[in-house]
Design a protein around this ligand. Structure first.
Ligand SMILES: [Zn+2]
Length: 158
């Protein structure tokens, strides 16, 4: 019965699987959702708390007709290392191998209010060093640290 909930396969697009249970909303925050929303041919389904043999429970996101940008895919896997991303073409899944970026430009706001990148007068593109060992980003301007798991809350609004 539960399997009927899992929605049918998609012909082309992206499947993000093995997202920790109830975290799909956070994953959506990491994506360039505006780019998805302006396209009328894209449908997206997000499944919460479905049974998983490996993890007990998990979330899944399926995006029909849209191939996640690699930068977005890398961000998702940075925050949720268990997540797997498959690009589907003609029903065939191709697993994406995420890269750990050394730096992240522009996508994330600095958590430090007084940081020059948050100055309303002279907006500067944010620059973060990625420190995978400590699971944090470090702002290159003010050295503030941001835990990977808090990144979804600091994605810049478009
Ligand atoms: Zn900063």
């Amino acid at each position: 019965m539960e399997n009927q909930l899992l929605v049918r396969k998609i012909e082309s697009g992206t499947v993000i699987d093995h997202i920790p249970a109830w975290r799909s909303e956070m994953v959506l925050k990491l994506l360039d959702v505006e780019k998805i929303r302006i396209r009328t041919d894209i449908s997206l389904v997000s499944l919460n708390n479905v049974p998983s043999r490996k993890y007990g429970r998990k979330d899944i996101i399926k995006v029909n007709n849209y191939y996640l940008e690699e930068g977005d895919a890398d961000l998702v896997c940075l925050v949720y290392p268990a997540a797997t991303i498959n690009y589907i073409e003609n029903w065939e899944p191709m697993k994406y191998r995420p890269k750990t970026p050394e730096r992240i430009f522009g996508r994330i706001r600095c958590p430090e209010v007084g940081c020059i990148t948050n100055s309303p007068r002279e907006p500067i593109l944010t620059r973060f060093r990625v420190l995978p060992k400590f699971k944090v980003l470090q702002c290159e301007y003010c050295d503030s640290l941001l835990d990977f798991e808090n990144m979804p809350e600091y994605v810049k609004g478009k």
